[in-house]
Design a protein around this ligand. Structure first.
Ligand SMILES: *Cc1c(COP(=O)(O)O)cnc(C)c1O
Length: 392
């Protein structure tokens, strides 16, 4: 049996895993306003684990997970796109197939198991939309009360989804960052387990499962992985998974990870270019799931990129929309704008990559979640016909 602990990603101090501990007591004292979280905790790697048993990598017992098919998302080669770009081993891993249609289920699922373990019945979080609908759906299956704080401009699909699953939705007069602050205040004053991304260590831990599945399914570590980045938790989870596998001797290298940000929501990219120092700028992008002013997991994200020689690339909204349309038309994959950002990043980076490399593009959310974004590169017919002679 593995014995897991929390460990501070900055100073290395360890803590027992309990709901009372979210950040390192020492390093979190250095927290500054409008800056990424300090003292983020990770879970120590397992001493023994099997690629065939995802639960052996996690600090929670299988019996506490709600019975929903999370993860195990399909991975396949995009043959047309591979031929067009000259890469034979261009894989897509589509997390839009999760129960609530986004990557966020990988975090919500173990958070629900954590709540069950500790007898907690309410979960509180802020979200740009997907974490909310994810926790709402998985919480519904687990019989949990879910309270979510959403920015007022949340895409309708994600709002409807959250309400449909029966969550209590609080619309915030402001952006995601404002929702984040309110949700923190709420869980401190009114209780409930806070699932905010990066703040709750189980979110990173859950997101690591994607790397374990990639290695299990490809039977090796890929050479390159493209990851869309907002708060930087998927990125940190991807690294955590590969680092766990490396520490167990199940792979012999950490792949080159490419962190893809929107050029108008690029706080991690700016810090990566600036010795790890974060400044503050307002963000806006069509890819709402990666639209954040203050990336909560920013310090850990940049630390991971520096220590494993990762890359960071920005892409414009138009490049994202073109990538979204290309994935739909040439791979049969309709993913939301943030999910397509990784492919847009690959198109930018591909000339620097060896053609025989094994590449994985993470598609993180389903296209139908944001119908208005998807209408940018298509034309809805306005004319109706009654007779075949009217068709040219
Ligand atoms: C949340 C999300 C991301 C970005 O994840 P971070 O952990 O915030 O970096 C990317 N794509 C989709 C679809 C998401 O929902």
């Amino acid at each position: 049996m593995n014995s897991f602990k929390y460990q501070c990603s900055e100073c290395g101090k360890t803590f027992d895993i309990t709901p009372q501990i979210m950040l390192c007591d020492k390093c979190s004292k250095a927290q500054e306003q409008n800056k990424p979280l300090r003292g983020i905790l990770e879970v120590t790697p397992p001493k023994k684990a099997s690629l065939e048993d995802i639960f052996s990598f996690l600090p929670l017992e299988k019996k506490n997970f709600p019975n929903l098919p999370v993860g195990n998302s399909p991975i396949w080669t995009a043959d047309l796109l591979g031929r067009e770009t000259g890469f034979d081993n261009l894989y897509i891993k589509n997390d839009g197939t999760n129960p609530t249609a986004s990557f966020k289920d990988r975090a919500s699922w173990p958070v629900a198991a954590f709540a069950k373990t500790w007898g907690i019945n309410e979960i509180v979080l802020a979200s740009t939309g997907n974490a909310a609908s994810s926790m709402a759906g998985i919480g519904a299956c687990a019989g949990l009360k879910v309270t979510i704080f959403l920015p007022e401009n949340v895409p309708m699909g994600k709002l409807v989804q959250s309400l449909q699953y029966g969550a209590r939705v609080i619309l915030v007069d402001g952006n995601y960052d404002a929702a984040y602050e309110l949700s923190m205040q709420y869980s401190k004053e009114k209780g409930g387990l806070n699932r905010n991304t990066a703040y709750n260590p189980i979110t990173i831990e859950g997101k690591k499962t994607v790397s374990i599945e990639i290695v299990r399914d490809l039977k090796k570590a890929p050479d390159h992985v493209f990851v869309p980045v907002g708060d930087g938790v998927i990125l940190s989870g991807v690294y955590k998974g590969f680092r766990d596998l490396l520490s167990l001797g199940l792979i012999d290298k950490v792949p080159t990870i490419h962190a893809i940000q929107s050029s108008t929501s690029d706080a991690i990219h700016r810090a990566w270019n600036n010795g790890g120092k974060f400044d503050f700028k307002h963000s806006s992008t069509i890819a709402d799931s990666i639209c954040v002013d203050v990336p909560r997991c920013g310090h850990l994200a940049v630390k991971n990129l520096y220590s494993h020689n990762g890359k960071c690339i920005t892409v414009s909204d138009d490049e994202i929309l073109v990538a979204q349309k290309t994935l739909s038309e040439k791979a049969g994959l309709f993913t939301e704008p943030a999910g397509a950002a990784s492919y847009a990043g690959f198109l930018k980076a591909k000339d620097q990559i060896e053609k025989d490399s094994t590449i994985v593009i993470l598609a993180t959310g389903m296209g139908l979640k944001d119908l208005s974004a998807a209408q940018n590169k298509i034309k809805i017919p306005t004319k109706t016909v009654k007779d075949i002679t009217e068709i040219d």
